[in-house]
Design a protein around this ligand. Sequence first.
Ligand code: 5GP
Length: 189
Amino acid sequence: MHQNKIIILTAPSGAGKTSITHYLLREFPQLAFSISVATRKRRENEVEGKDYYFMTEEEFHNRNKNNEFVEWEMVYEGKIYGTLKSELERIWNNDQVPVLDIDVKGAIHVQEQFPGTTLSIFIDPPSVDELRRRLSSRGTETEESLQTRINKASYEISFKHHFTKIILNDNLEKACKLAKEAVQQFLES
Ligand code: 5GP
C-alpha cells in the first residue's frame, strides 16, 4: 500500500530531529521508527531493540561483510551507526513506512538508493550557538564530545540543499507542524 516508501529526518545533533521524529510517530500510525545499529555504549535511559540494536564492532563488521546494511557511517570517532536492510523489510512487511533518524551522509546514501520513494527532511537549527546551548542543557555530553558535535554540525549544515525539505527549527511546535504537512503530502502521493 505504501509502496516501500521511506521518510528520513536528518540534521546536526541537537537540532531537534528526535523530538520531531517522536511527534510524527505519534501523529501517524502508519509510520514506524527504523531502529539503527550502534556500536557506542548504551545510555542509561536507552533500551536495546527499541532505541538501537547495540552491537560490538566485531559484530557490526561481520554483518557488514554479509552485506546486511543499507547504509552505515562512522558518525563519531570510532562509533558506527547503520541501517539494516532487514529493519526496512520488517517495517514494509507490516505495511508501514520506516522513519529514519540518521546523520546527513547516511541520509544522502539512502536517498540515492531509493530515489523517488524517499522523503528527506533536513531540520535546520537556528544557529550554531543555539545548538551548543541545546546540547549542553541535554547534559549527555562531555566538553570534548560537545565540541566534536558542534564542529560536525557546521559541516552538516552545508549539505542541507541535498534534501527534499528544509525545515527551520526556531520553534518546535511550528517545525512539527511543517513536518506533519510534508509527511501527509508524501503519504498521499
Ligand atoms: P546518538 O549517539 O546521539 O544517539 O546519535 C548520534 C547520531 O547518529 C544522530 O545524529 C543520529 O541521527 C545518527 N544515527 C543514528 N542512527 C543512524 C544510522 O543508522 N545511520 C546513520 N548514518 N546515522 C545514524
